[in-house]
Ligand binder design. Structure first.
Ligand code: ATP
Ligand code: MG
Length: 252
């Protein structure tokens, strides 16, 4: 069965896109068939996968509005060995344009039904907002992965997100569950990060992935080459951490 994961956190810059791209590549490296959907008008996952957002023609925007079939937007065989539904800044307009369309929250879900059987995992990189785009991600997904930085305000934002997930479950997608919380950009020497991490484990128990993603410069550099870190520096701590995360998910 295809597993569809929304990678989401309304807080900006917590590592959603880095996780989407590198987990996609790591799962693909273990032979899984992977699709990555870029659901953010910033299009960082598109660029980080080696596709130019300035020149890409057919994107997730057209798919959501019903102007293109999802097959027409799909880019097969990126350098990370996964397929991609790209985005560009057009997507910023989709929110407003979708408002009057039927089933506006389920448009991605419906589109994915046409190609879902081609994949073992579909990862959806959500924008940093609890908006209609993110709602489409949460309605299409079976589970949510929440990347977070272990800092003071992280836990506060988390309760908003958990409430949103509850509401989506109640109104649209009863099967939606939290797959896991991922500690990103982790610095074990930072006492506050340790404390927040401890609190997180106390509250969420085994929902917190054992794998921790360290702060690693290679992870930050790789998007500049349009590559997942695995194909930029395979021995880096960042590459090894995302491989370990893929293994943790596959073994679960
Ligand atoms: P947004 O909310 O804007 O979509 P995001 O949650 O997708 O952001 P990223 O774009 O993945 O976050 O990461 C934010 C910045 O931090 C980027 O410059 C990225 O390269 C860097 N970064 C992410 N994870 C790491 C890491 N583990 N080590 C070092 N830098 C990282
Ligand atoms: Mg992002």
């Amino acid at each position: 069965m295809t597993r569809i994961l929304a990678i989401t956190n309304q807080k900006g810059g917590v590592g959603k896109t880095t996780t989407s791209v590198n987990l996609a590549a790591s799962l693909a490296a273990s032979g899984k068939r992977i699709l990555l959907v870029d659901l953010d008008p910033q299009a960082n996952a598109t660029m980080g996968s080696g596709t130019n957002k300035q020149t890409v023609k057919t994107t997730v925007y057209h798919v959501l509005l019903g102007d293109a079939a999802i097959q027409a937007a799909r880019i097969t065989g990126t350098q990370g060995k996964y397929d991609l539904i790209p985005a560009n800044r057009d997507l910023a307009g989709a929110e407003v344009e979708m408002v009057d369309l039927p089933q506006r929250e389920a448009r991605l879900k419906t589109a994915l039904e046409a190609i879902g059987h081609d994949y073992d995992y579909i990862l959806i990189d959500c924008p940093p907002a609890l908006n209609l785009l993110t709602l489409n991600g949460l309605c299409a997904a079976q589970a949510v992965m929440i990347p977070m930085q272990c800092e003071y305000y992280a836990l506060e934002g988390l309760s908003d997100l958990v409430n949103t997930i509850k509401r989506v479950r109640h109104n649209f997608n009863p099967a939606l569950r939290i797959e896991g919380l991922l500690r990103t950009m982790f610095d074990p020497r930072n006492i506050l990060a340790q404390q927040v991490s401890d609190q997180l484990q106390k509250h969420f128990g085994d929902k917190v992935y054992r794998t921790v993603i360290p702060r690693n410069i290679r992870l930050a550099e790789a998007p500049g080459f349009g590559l997942p870190v695995l194909y930029h520096d395979a021995q880096s701590k960042g590459a090894l951490a995302y491989l370990e995360l893929a293994k943790e998910i596959l073994d679960a």
